[in-house]
Design a protein around this ligand. Structure first.
Ligand SMILES: C[S@@+](CC[C@H](N)C(=O)[O-])C[C@H]1O[C@@H](n2cnc3c(N)ncnc32)[C@H](O)[C@@H]1O
Length: 391
């Protein structure tokens, strides 16, 4: 099934084999089976070995996937405009970016915030991958020059909660998920086991924590039948949001991700889930393919995020699509600002905009959740289409 995927070179295969042995040892010490979330955690983040922790190219043409900041600087410029609104109303503050990837968004945001005369006190970055952090330092310096001086990398939580804006683009969809199957009254969890020394996906009866987390899913209309329904849920996502929301004293959090509200996520017709793997710009669904060499991701349940946010005393200021967000955040004016000197540049800009806003591309699949703490106004980008009632 995966024969059309490019073969990794010898060095990459050796790297993947080291990670596979690391997973194997974990499975053996756990008695023969680990949850899919534990496997995904190791495949993406095992120190020095995981996809995000080691040296793979990951982003852009030479990597495996592209994200909005890599597609067009217009994305980050629009987000910067929203940060300027929040910082302007508060009379200043900081920005905290979680999971900054190549650093493209930070560099472009700083350039735009300088243009808007609204630079933050500090632009903080929390990046768990040492490899990516080193790349971010170089890229931000190359693209934004001395503006890089206001960037500070955090190893852990900020010493004090910040006042300002917290941004995360495609971070929640990189948080490990648990995979489950509902069949009649039974719930099982798919994890990873060993068979003849090879990694295998294997289901076991779900434990009490997963069964409880699945209650709202079971309650959805349409899933009551006996046909097997397989999908994923992140048991770690609420804890992640509770942690990061405590880092915001007053201000706005903007979370961008592939995702749905819960009733859309767990539709009977989506009965094989949303988990996808990305390897050299090919999407497929085998998470055991060359562990450590590919990205593994699943769409985000935005209802779960919104419920957790309310528990953390955050206001859900808005929920919208990326397309509506960008248009309401001033995409048109920013396009108009470009002096387009060549036909090639014109084509590149138009192609980038299409990818950002077309419904079949990122425009509708990526959603934006805006959360607020304290006395803040709704960011303009959230006023284009209010989809909160779908959460
Ligand atoms: C799909 S990439 C997105 C990168 C970047 N935001 C972009 O849009 O290009 C996911 C990023 O999230 C980071 N990440 C994963 N788990 C994280 C966590 N718990 N906190 C902060 N960053 C995290 C990864 O190291 C990586 O930089």
């Amino acid at each position: 099934m995966l024969t059309d995927l490019p073969e990794p070179d010898a060095e990459a295969r050796v790297h993947s084999e080291k990670l596979r042995r690391h997973v194997q040892e974990r499975i053996e010490s756990a008695g023969g089976w680990i949850s899919f979330a534990d496997y995904m955690d190791m495949a993406l983040y095992a120190p020095g070995l995981g996809y995000y922790s080691a040296g793979a190219a990951k982003f852009g043409e030479a990597g495996d996937f592209v994200t909005a900041p890599e597609i067009s600087p217009l994305f980050s410029q629009c987000v910067a405009g929203q940060c300027a609104q929040v910082l302007g109303e508060a009379g200043g503050g900081d920005i905290l970016e979680l999971g900054a990837g190549s650093g493209a968004m930070a560099a472009e945001m700083l350039l735009e915030l300088e243009r808007l005369d609204c630079l933050p006190g500090h632009y903080l970055v929390l990046e768990p991958s040492a490899d990516l952090r080193a790349r971010q330092e170089t890229n931000i310096r190359e693209r934004a020059g001395s503006l890089a001086d206001c960037v500070r990398w955090l190893d852990t939580a900020p010493a004090e909660p910040i006042r300002g804006v917290l941004v995360a683009n495609e971070v929640a969809d990189a948080i490990p998920v648990n995979r489950f199957v509902l069949e009649g009254p039974d719930s099982s969890e798919i994890g990873v086991a060993l068979r003849n020394d090879k990694l295998r996906l294997e289901a076991r009866p779900a434990g009490p924590e997963l069964v409880q987390a699945l209650e709202p899913v079971r309650a959805l209309p349409g899933l009551a039948g006996n046909a097997p329904f397989q999908s994923e849920i992140s048991l770690r996502l609420p804890a992640w949001l509770l942690t990061v929301s405590a880092w915001l004293e007053e201000g706005v959090a903007l979370l961008f991700d592939y995702g749905f509200s819960r009733p859309e996520y767990y539709l009977p017709e989506r009965s094989s889930g949303t988990l996808r793997c990305y390897y050299r710009h090919r999407a497929h669904n085998d998470p055991l393919f060359w562990p450590g060499l590919q990205d593994i991701t699943a769409w985000v349940d935005f209802t779960l995020l919104a419920e957790t946010a309310r528990d953390a005393q955050l206001d859900v200021l808005g929920y919208s699509t990326q397309a509506h967000f960008l248009l309401a955040a001033g995409l048109d004016e920013r396009v108009g600002r470009h002096v387009v000197e060549t036909q090639q540049l014109r084509t590149e800009i138009a192609h980038g905009i299409r990818q950002l806003i077309m419904p079949g591309e990122m425009g509708e699949s990526i959603k934006v959740l805006a959360l607020g703490k304290g006395d803040v106004t709704v960011p303009e980008g959230m006023t284009g289409r209010d989809m909160r009632s779908s959460l």
